[in-house]
Design a binder for this molecule. Structure first.
Ligand code: NAP
Length: 291
């Protein structure tokens, strides 16, 4: 019965940015009846004709039983959920896939529950390419029944769904994973600069890193950017700075994290925030040039 009740559910997606755009496209390709909304209307262009393009949050919520949100940060999520909470949310499930503070997510969860709706936090590991391939790793927090209701859709966006526990636990996992990533990218950039100082060829060095025990998906995905020195954002440096700050607010207080946070903070303040996160190398290079 549960299956029959929800199988033909209409779904909605709010936030068609670098990540939301390909994620929503995968829902569309899977044949689900999809509504989309984005604050800047130009990003809905690829959906016209195939999805219901809504002109307000209210219209999208009205159209949908399950609503996915993929938004920049706490501020964006606050603003969009304030609009959501003004609508008739009863019986609806909201799945916030943004990386935000667990505390804010719990607050919104309480407000939705009071109006008969529910929330999952389901942030993702993996950048724009896994988003396009439907191979993200989804880190979920919330009630099991809510996760089962969302699962058919999440399976079209990710290759692995891990349920970490109650509300907020998906975000706790995401902040932990990105804490590691923030330190890793900072150290990869430092390593490339060291090898440059030592007169090594960047491509040769990165090949060895990627082939050796220190290579990872993270080093491989950033290699083309480091070679072309084109830092157009897949994952903006500003977002990494946000995530390490969220980890610190949640209690991360360790030497490497403190140093990395300070580095991202300064890089963002000096205008590198809209570059890809590995563009931290340009900020570090600038510091070396000034010495
Ligand atoms: P993005 O490209 O900057 O997209 C952000 C989206 O949020 C856009 O649709 C934007 O609308 C919307 N938005 C921002 N403020 C808003 C507001 N006040 N009201 C309504 N909509 C608002 O960011 P992204 O790279 O897709 O990242 C989204 C989230 O996923 C972030 O929390 C990020 O940390 C996380 N994440 C990103 C990656 C990655 O590799 N990029 C990987 C894993 C997780 P407009 O188009 O109008 O600006």
């Amino acid at each position: 019965l549960f299956f029959l009740k929800h199988v033909m559910e209409k779904i909605g997606f709010i936030g068609l940015g670098n990540m939301g755009q390909p994620m929503a496209q995968n829902l569309l390709k899977a044949g689900f009846p999809l509504s989309v909304y984005n604050r800047s209307a130009n990003k809905t262009a690829a959906f016209r004709g195939a999805a219901a393009v809504c002109s307000s949050v209210g219209e999208l919520v009205h159209n949908s039983g399950v609503v996915f949100t993929m938004l920049t940060n706490d501020e964006a999520v606050k603003e969009v959920y304030a609009a959501i909470l003004e609508t008739d949310v009863a019986g609806r499930l909201f799945v916030d896939m943004s990386t935000i503070s667990p505390q804010l997510s719990l607050e919104i969860c309480g407000q939705l529950k009071a109006k008969g709706a529910s929330l999952l936090d389901a942030p993702v590991a993996g950048s724009t390419q896994p988003a396009a391939n439907g191979t993200l790793i989804i880190l979920a927090g919330g009630e099991t029944t809510d996760l089962e209701r969302a699962r058919p859709y999440l399976e079209k966006m990710g290759r692995l769904i891990r349920h970490f526990g109650g509300n907020g636990k998906g975000l706790a996992a995401k902040l932990s994973v990105n804490y590691y990533l923030s330190v890793l990218y900072q150290s990869l950039a430092e390593t490339v600069l060291l090898s440059q100082q030592l007169g090594l060829n960047r491509a040769d060095l990165l090949e060895v890193i990627n082939e050796s025990a220190v290579g990872s998906g993270a080093t491989r995905v950033k290699t083309p950017l480091l070679l072309s020195e084109n830092y157009a954002p897949a994952f903006a440096l500003d977002l990494m700075w946000k995530d390490i700050r969220l980890a610190q607010e949640a209690g991360a207080d360790f030497p490497l994290g403190r140093a990395a946070a300070e580095s991202y903070r300064r890089a963002a303040a000096q205008g590198f925030g809209q570059d890809d996160v590995i563009g931290i190398i340009r900020y570090l290079q600038q510091g070396m040039d000034q010495q």
